[in-house]
Design a protein. Structure first.
Length: 124
């Protein structure tokens, strides 16, 4: 198991944690170890995308704006409460904050759909 964990984790593991990997009673240490590896290897943008995919209606408006910026979308202008953003390929998205300070779920879903269609060529 030590060999497997060494190949999976992108950084050296402190020696005191190997005891947790070898002792079945210390399974919580193993869970914490992999949770830590996940949190360190995932970028802020990746975390925001995961949050948007899991619950589009629960994303705060500030997080949505940060997600747009990190995905290289550019803010063009604002008229009233509507903000106009453009994707790197020129797709237009109008967003506005809901009354509870969250992003509107359908607008987050529109962004995700456009983001995935623009980035599917990167995965090939």
């Amino acid at each position: 198991m030590k060999y497997l964990a060494k190949n999976v984790l992108p950084y050296p593991v402190p020696s005191f944690l190997w005891f947790g990997l070898q002792n079945p009673r210390m399974h919580k240490s193993v869970d914490m170890l992999f949770a830590t590896a996940y949190s360190y290897t995932m970028t802020k943008r990746g975390k925001l995308i995961a949050k948007a995919l899991n619950n589009p209606k629960g994303l705060s408006f500030q997080d949505f704006q940060q997600l747009l910026r990190s995905a290289s979308w550019t803010f063009d202008h604002q008229r009233g409460s509507h903000q106009i953003w453009y994707s790197p390929t020129g797709h237009r998205l109008s967003i506005q904050e809901a009354h509870d300070g969250k992003a509107k779920g359908y607008q987050v879903e529109q962004f995700i759909s456009q983001f995935e269609s623009e980035n599917k060529n990167d995965d090939d």
